[in-house]
Design a protein around this ligand. Structure first.
Ligand code: M6R
Length: 361
């Protein structure tokens, strides 16, 4: 069943170019978007996106997309907080629930709280027959195929793709995206499977780096803009399976506290494509390097050249259209977690204390 891989997680990481291509064929057939007509974003005041764990980080990336591509304000929350907060919800809004299993107790309870309070309950699920899918007005499949590894990998990138397609539809419905920009974003999404294959070829190098990362007690992940939620996801993945303490921060928050942790034993993994915020990230990196932190810069060739000397190591990624970089950069983050766990000899597919589906509070 593991298709020649040592672990389900390795298989599921490697499957991403193929499952993402399938999802692209489904959602973006030639010249159109294949989403239900009833999913009409015109005239909405707000979106509320709710989920747990990795699915919540997918929502956190999607907030940037809905706001920038569609001009639609978004609220995001983890389901365990949302459900008891009893938040007021504008009727003129959609509530979107993201869940691989479709059975997460907190997410399901949050969905039930929203029933009859919003215009539409939308879910983004991997298991089409799940409770969350059944109780939604619209259930969108992420088409990742069965995910067995407790650490979510291909479900995350397929959740992101589905949410990106929704954001593009919202942008078009609301007249926020020109035809030209819309077409450029669609074309950019379609390049992702090929770019993912290129990113996967970096695995042997990542495995080498992981041998040293595995020695660390504490690790920081930094990202800005759409890459900030990916920093959180990278840290979650690493702590789940390697049991190393890891935290994700918005790069700009570094000097507001976490910089106090930096010394020569702390690897700082910077997820930073050469985008419009890159120069700011470089100055954050320099602050780390000045305190002898070990920076691993994950960027494209332009970014690595622009960052200059001083990083401990760098990992070169293919260039990718700015808004969709998290979909591609998820792969090195997953591979780093995987190979660090292998170096430590931990149980990758069944990490201690964790269950694949959290059906109790
Ligand atoms: O099935 P769900 O997507 O609702 O699960 C949500 C979280 O429990 C899940 O993403 C968890 O954080 C994973 N173990 C992350 O790798």
């Amino acid at each position: 069943e593991k298709g020649g891989f040592k672990h389900f997680m390795a298989k599921e990481i490697a499957e991403q170019p193929v499952v993402l291509a399938d999802a692209l064929t489904h959602y973006l057939p030639e010249g159109t978007i294949n989403l239900p007509e009833t999913l009409d974003f015109r005239g909405l005041d707000r979106l509320t996106l709710v989920a747990c764990g990795t699915a919540f980080y997918a929502c956190s990336v999607a907030k940037y997309w809905f706001e920038s591509l569609a001009g639609l304000p978004c609220e995001i929350d983890v389901a365990s907080e949302f459900r008891y907060r009893e938040p007021p919800l504008p009727h003129n809004s959609f509530a979107i629930f993201v869940s691989q299993s479709g059975e997460t107790a907190d997410t399901l309870a949050a969905l039930r709280y929203c029933t009859d309070k919003v215009a539409k309950i939308v879910s983004v699920v991997n298991v089409a027959t799940s409770s969350i899918a059944r109780e939604s007005d619209v259930a969108l499949p992420i088409l990742a195929g069965i995910e067995v590894g407790v650490a979510s990998t291909k479900a995350f990138t397929c959740q992101l793709l589905t949410l990106a397609v929704m954001a593009l539809k919202a942008g078009r419905d609301r007249g926020h995206l020109s035809d030209e920009d819309f077409a450029a974003h669609v074309a950019a999404l379609k390049t992702l499977p090929g770019l993912m294959n290129a990113a996967l070829s970096g695995a042997p190098r990542i495995a080498k780096l992981a041998e040293q990362i595995a020695e660390a007690q504490d690790i920081l992940f930094l990202g800005r803009g759409v890459m900030y939620p990916l920093a959180l996801e990278g840290a979650l993945k690493l702590k789940e399976i390697s049991y190393i303490h890891a935290e994700g921060y918005a790069s700009g928050e570094l000097k507001h506290g976490p910089i106090a942790l930096i010394d020569r034993t702390v690897p700082v993994i910077v997820l930073a494509p050469h985008d419009r915020l890159f120069d700011k990230t470089v100055s954050n990196m320099q602050e780390v390097m000045a305190r002898h932190g070990k920076v691993l810069l994950i960027s494209d060739a332009r970014g690595i050249a622009a960052a200059g000397e001083g990083a401990w190591e760098s990992l070169t990624m293919p260039e990718v259209a700015e808004p969709f970089a998290p979909i591609l950069y998820a792969l090195p983050a997953q591979l780093l977690a995987y190979h660090t766990a292998i170096a430590k000899g931990t149980d990758v597919d069944q990490p201690r204390n964790l269950a694949k589906s959290v059906t109790v509070e």
